[in-house]
Design a protein around this ligand. Structure first.
Ligand SMILES: Cc1cc2nc3c(=O)[nH]c(=O)nc-3n(C[C@H](O)[C@H](O)[C@H](O)COP(=O)(O)OP(=O)(O)OC[C@H]3O[C@@H](n4cnc5c(N)ncnc54)[C@H](O)[C@@H]3O)c2cc1C
Length: 481
């Protein structure tokens, strides 16, 4: 049975039968990465009165990189990291684990917004990417790193037109990339819906993102960073010579504060207005058998995405499961973030059906994990920065779905700003400028819904963008995940 769920090309219409529903019904309702014996015990919350030189708010990749980098820059600095819940509990422990060197959510997006700075931004992105790999070695962080590259696949004829220009642009910035025709892409990964592909081998890694977070936390802790979980910051206040962070059960006085709170309501209004939480959903299958693996090929284990506005991302895990996510990016009224939103039946049904569209050989496969997570979407699709409270508080938020690799650069740059350092990064317009804010509700919801449906409509019309999307393009605005 198929329902007429909106899609485009091979995704048009989807299965809605009982067997499909059963395939994910018993899946654990949590992130596969967090459901791990490697997950460390929770650390104790911070209570009472405390002081430090640098406080970092947020225990995701951005906050953890900031903690480690702050200590590497100045081993004597007294650094505290506070996390509302658990390390890696939010986007950093729920993502696809595609670690890309791009700092601008892809070259085209950066090129459209900051063309004069793209050579620098790409170089800084690649340098930062190399530093990540070096940190993994230096600190013995095992996060199941794989360097098979990323494969963008065309599943509709009009998407083929994007491959050569995409390859040309990547090569212009020094990337190692190959365009694959229909036979070549299907030889890599045996999907009957693939028409062509673009295989990027540089500036891409696949990782287990939760293991990376836990490894960074361990490394930062070993250098003396004090980490407190279960410690939400509720308010910031200027006090003489410092900033006071109000906690649920105490107060932390810090000379400097870096906010790395992503999609959660920022404690600084200028950042809060510029981020909306957008939910993305993910399924993970049981481990594939040797026969299933040979039926789909995928020997080079690339991270795969398709090319439309609404796209899937998928990859193999270290134990040969398929992680399959994306397509539907969902905004909830009033920028709601709530654990109840981590589960969405409609998205899981669609994802399960789409996986079987791409890989009919896997009919009967079962899913073991299903979850959703909030992406910190900004209207320019990559991180932005700023300071508040007389420059003592800095923020680095707004990654928009491509922050795994960019988080290290964002952390370094956020630290530069809050410490008043003049660096190559802080001189960039891409760092000094901020995206346009989102309007207040109910306009926010209406504008995002209109944008989402216009993007779906464009996908259904071979990528042709309607008047609303064209107007947003002209204003340099948009919605992405
Ligand atoms: C489903 C999904 C798939 C994704 N896939 C990819 C991918 O494959 N590749 C990629 O590059 N990116 C991907 N992303 C995006 C990527 O995960 C993020 O950009 C990145 O993890 C951001 O890290 P962060 O530290 O800034 O945010 P987070 O990991 O969200 O960390 C912010 C932390 O701050 C804490 N916090 C918030 N407010 C407070 C407070 N007041 N007090 C104390 N603590 C607070 C939160 O609890 C949270 O732990 C995906 C995201 C999602 C949700």
């Amino acid at each position: 049975m198929r329902d007429p769920g909106r899609g485009h090309g091979p995704w048009n219409g989807r299965r809605a039968d009982a067997a499909l529903r059963r395939s994910y019904a018993d899946a654990e309702p949590l992130s596969y990465w967090l459901d791990s014996p490697d997950r460390p015990e929770a650390s104790a919350p911070l209570t009472g009165e405390s002081t430090c030189e640098l406080a970092i708010v947020g225990g995701g990749l951005t906050g953890l990189w900031a903690a480690l980098l702050a200590k590497q820059r100045d081993p004597d600095r007294d650094v505290v990291l506070i996390e509302r819940d658990r390390i890696a509990v939010a986007a950093s422990g729920r993502n696809g684990g595609f670690m890309m060197s791009s700092l601008t959510h892809g070259i085209s997006n950066g090129q459209a917004r900051f063309p004069a700075e793209m050579q620098t931004l790409e170089r800084l992105g690649l340098e930062s990417f190399e530093s990540i790999l070096q940190t993994l070695m230096e600190h013995g962080i095992d996060c199941d790193l794989e360097l098979g590259g990323a494969l963008d696949v065309a599943v509709e004829p009009h998407e083929l037109e994007e491959l050569e220009p995409g390859a040309k642009e990547l090569r212009r910035f020094g990337h190692d990339v190959t365009v694959l025709d229909r036979e070549a892409v299907r030889a890599e990964v045996h999907s009957p819906i693939y028409l062509g592909g673009l295989w990027q081998r540089s500036g891409v890694a696949l990782i287990d993102p939760a293991k990376l977070c836990w490894g960074l936390a361990r490394a930062a802790g070993a250098l003396g960073v004090r980490i407190y979980e279960g410690t939400p910051a509720t308010r910031l206040r200027s006090v003489p010579g410092a900033v006071e962070i109000e906690l649920e059960a105490g107060r932390l006085r810090a000379e400097r504060v870096l906010l790395a709170t992503s999609a959660f309501p920022a404690l600084v209004a200028a950042a809060r207005r510029r981020v909306v939480p957008v939910y993305d959903y993910v399924l993970v299958t049981e481990p594939l058998s040797a026969a299933q693996m040979s039926a789909i090929g995928w020997a080079n284990r690339q991270g795969i995405s398709d090319l439309a506005n609404r796209f899937h991302y998928y990859r193999l895990t270290a134990d040969d499961r398929i992680l399959w996510g994306g397509f539907d990016a969902v905004y909830y009224y009033a920028s709601r973030i709530d654990p109840a939103l981590d589960q969405r039946e409609e998205s899981f049904a669609m994802l399960a059906s789409h996986l079987l569209t791409a890989f009919p050989q896997l009919e009967g496969i079962r899913f073991t994990h299903r979850w959703g997570g909030a992406i910190d979407t900004s209207s320019r699709f990559f991180a932005f920065y700023g300071t508040a409270l007389a420059g003592r508080v800095g923020y680095a938020v707004g990654h928009t779905g491509l922050g795994v690799g960019a988080s290290r650069f964002a952390a370094a740059t956020g630290l530069d700003l809050v410490d008043g350092r003049d660096t190559e990064a802080t001189r960039l317009a891409a760092v000094r400028s901020r995206p346009l804010p989102f309007p207040p509700e109910p306009l926010r919801w209406a504008a995002i819904e209109l944008t989402r449906s216009s993007m779906a409509a464009a996908d259904e019309r071979q990528g042709r963008r309607g008047p609303w999307l064209r107007a947003l393009d002209r204003a340099g605005l948009g919605f992405d995940s």
